[in-house]
Design a protein around this ligand. Sequence first.
Ligand code: PLP
Length: 222
Amino acid sequence: MLRNNLDKIISRIEKARISYSRHQIIKLIAVSKYSEISDIQAMYGCGQRAFGENKIQDLKTKSDALIDLPIQWHMIGTLQENKINALLVLKPSLLHSLDSIKLAKAIQKRCEKIQTSIKALLQVNSSYEETKSGVLPQEAREIYLEILQTCPNIKLEGIMSIGANSKELQKIESSFKITKDIFDSLQSEGAKTLSMGMSGDFEIAIGYGANMLRIGSLLFEK
Ligand SMILES: *Cc1c(COP(=O)(O)O)cnc(C)c1O
């Protein structure tokens, strides 16, 4: 069942990827936030290696339980400042949800104190939805550069965004286009990862240059 889901999604990704560009290589993060440990194990057995969680406690519980599997863990959900330490000790592969300069400064401080570093993406609220975290598109570039300059222990690798929560294709496309333009303008500053696209909109996201997808429900559905 899970293997079938994964196969189907990979062929859909492949189709969208080739129509965008054969030079584009796309990484799939399996979002396991609604999934049991046994399902993550099964998905690992199908060849999937990168998994994403949106809560520190779940990230800890699941990565502890699966410590014997060489899985790459991604933190994709909003991070509270009082959870920074807990995140750093888990040593995730990538924090997708760095969503303010204030959070960046707090992470930098903790990193200095315990002499560590963390890879991260700046989350941009490209759909201008109040319920979503992220910096506003018009300030994204400036904040990105400020983090690069003032937070040496944060290895900024690109941009993350959640597509507009809408049934209108044009609204979704517009939010992805805004994100892509910001990403493109930051490639000269070393931005290489564009994390966008979920179960409902990943093919559209690929059309706007996404090279990292975060897919949960479609992948784990039974
Ligand atoms: C849950 C979640 C996803 C995956 O969503 P699906 O629609 O289940 O694919 C992606 N990104 C973030 C930030 C999430 O919280």
